[in-house]
Ligand binder design. Structure first.
Ligand SMILES: CC(C)(COP(=O)(O)OP(=O)(O)OC[C@H]1O[C@@H](n2cnc3c(N)ncnc32)[C@H](O)[C@@H]1OP(=O)(O)O)[C@@H](O)C(=O)NCCC(=O)NCCS
Length: 202
């Protein structure tokens, strides 16, 4: 990512399709842990670059995205999980954690409380429907309620769709970090949303 590419944020386009069907966003409970893990197992590989090894992604899912892991997030007061839910199923989720990027990240955020948007993951059949924007709205509202100054995230440098989505939501490039999935060291961009600015109308 270059500063040139980052200038796309100067006039963010905020148009997305209206949600198809009755999708609601809810704070997840412990009862949702297994279904969120199911959605995570489907969607995590979609966020990985094309050169990712299947065994590395599978190991990462087992080690980080199991029902037990989500159960722990759901009982952790430093975390919040929101799900997008239709009448029949969970179609996406977002996990928000308290804290700044790790010390080895190369980025600088404004002073004040930083929350991490530990990504938005939506099932493929619901991309482009507005579900992601609904989840983002809940995450931003949560961060504002927590009086955070910044909402930040790491996104793979090759995940152009996600970057486009985050930029539409008002995030801008703030730095880089590395992210390890099995044998591969991946390069993430750090994007940040300044919560003292006007809320984006995604
Ligand atoms: C990332 C994600 C949450 C975004 O939600 P979404 O519903 O797909 O987002 P939208 O359709 O509103 O926006 C995506 C934008 O990227 C564009 N896009 C689609 N494919 C693209 C591609 N291959 N390269 C660049 N842009 C692309 C879309 O046209 C759209 O832009 P537009 O509204 O200006 O036309 C969703 O795609 C997802 O869950 N992906 C899989 C998991 C993932 O990667 N999560 C993010 C991890 S950081």
């Amino acid at each position: 990512m270059t500063e040139t590419a980052d200038t796309r944020t100067s006039a963010p386009r905020l148009s997305v399709s209206a949600p198809s069907g009755p999708t609601v966003i809810q704070r997840a409970t412990a009862l949702d842990a297994a279904e969120i893990a199911y959605v995570a197992a489907i969607t995590f590989p979609l966020a990985c670059p094309p050169h990712s090894h299947r065994e590395d992604m599978a190991a990462f899912i087992t080690s980080n995205l199991s029902p037990a892991h989500f159960g722990a997030y759901l009982s952790d007061p430093a975390c919040a999980v929101f799900v997008a839910r239709t009448e029949s199923e969970i179609t996406g989720y977002t996990l928000i954690k308290t804290g700044p990027p790790a010390a080895d990240a190369e980025c600088e955020l404004p002073p004040g409380l930083a929350l991490e948007l530990s990504k938005i993951y939506v099932l493929p059949g619901h991309h482009g429907t507005g579900t992601s924007a609904q989840l983002m709205g809940a995450a931003v509202q949560h961060a504002r309620n927590a009086r955070a100054s910044t909402l930040w995230l790491g996104v793979n440098s090759l995940n152009e769709r996600a970057q486009r989505f985050y930029r539409k939501c008002g995030f801008t490039y703030a730095g880089t970090r590395t992210f390890t999935v099995g044998s591969q060291t991946e390069h993430d961009f750090i994007f940040a949303l300044n919560l003292s600015s006007a809320a984006p109308d995604v």
